[in-house]
Design a protein around this ligand. Structure first.
Ligand SMILES: Nc1ncnc2c1ncn2[C@@H]1O[C@H](COP(=O)(O)OP(=O)(O)OP(=O)(O)O)[C@@H](O)[C@H]1O
Length: 241
């Protein structure tokens, strides 16, 4: 479960990237975070994951406050950033072992999980190659596998489907659904309305750091239809597909 209350963040003391954000994502839900470029999605995700601190407000993951108890809070979630270009000199397998070590996944468990997840994402044959040699989609997949290795209950994914081929994208979406069906939480950002429509139980729309809507996709469509001033934003999002 994710609870964001009264969260505000400015950069350089002036640019308000996020203002008075309130959001609760319960267990059992895939939650889509939508918004145009520069809306505040990545800033929110960086605060959720403890990479940057909120100026005001509280963020709790499974009841654990990210500012007060960061280590315990970080054990609750797995995070896939918007850019998977990291640890490029490591081989895929070395990266996964590194992730398993950090999260103290026992040796027998990690081997089984690596085999299973690599097979599911068609990555088994690439595990002994350096990440540097991977395509964008393969880098994305190795990061996703690394996150899933410690089996966190909350997944926080920043544009996770960008660059994935249709089969891997299908696999990841299928895994998101399985994860929430098992009583867990998935929070992900996207520009793509179609993905949100098909996959999310609820969505929020953020623009210029402010939440404009939170509810089901169908409710959102109704909301935008009724509110003419929001129509252009809706079109902007649609045009990003
Ligand atoms: N490190 C930073 N320093 C100063 N301003 C920043 C910084 N990071 C983000 N911003 C500003 O904060 C606002 C929100 O940016 P953010 O990256 O959170 O948006 P986003 O919704 O993730 O956009 P995108 O979809 O383009 O990734 C923007 O106005 C951006 O220019």
């Amino acid at each position: 479960m994710i609870e964001i209350k009264g969260v505000t963040k400015s950069y350089n003391g002036s640019t308000k990237a996020v203002e008075h954000l309130d959001l609760t994502v319960p267990k059992g839900e895939i939650f889509g975070f939508l918004g145009p470029n520069g809306a505040g999605k990545t800033t929110t995700i960086k605060m959720l994951t403890g990479i940057i601190r909120a100026d005001k407000g509280t963020i709790r993951i499974n009841q654990v406050d990210i500012a007060e108890n960061p280590l315990e809070a970080k054990k609750q979630f797995g995070y896939v950033p918007d850019s998977p270009d990291m640890f490029l000199r490591l081989k895929g397998l070395e990266y996964l072992i590194f992730m398993a070590d950090i999260y103290e996944v026992p040796k027998e468990v990690r081997r089984e999980r690596i085999e299973k997840l690599a097979a599911r994402f068609d990555m088994s044959a690439a595990l002994n190659d350096p990440i540097q040699s991977y395509s964008h989609g393969m880098r994305q997949k190795i990061v996703v596998i690394g996150v899933m290795l410690h089996d966190p209950s909350v997944w926080i994914l920043d544009e996770p489907l960008t660059g994935l081929d249709p089969k891997s994208s299908y696999t990841l979406k299928e895994m998101m659904r399985e994860h929430v069906n098992a009583g867990n939480t998935v929070f992900f950002s996207t520009h793509v309305l179609e993905v949100a429509e098909k996959l999310c139980d609820r969505v929020a729309i953020i623009n210029k750091g402010v939440i404009l809507f939170c509810g089901t996709f169908r409710e959102m469509q109704e909301h935008f239809k009724k509110n003419g001033s929001l129509e252009s934003l809706f079109l902007e999002l649609t045009n990003n597909e």
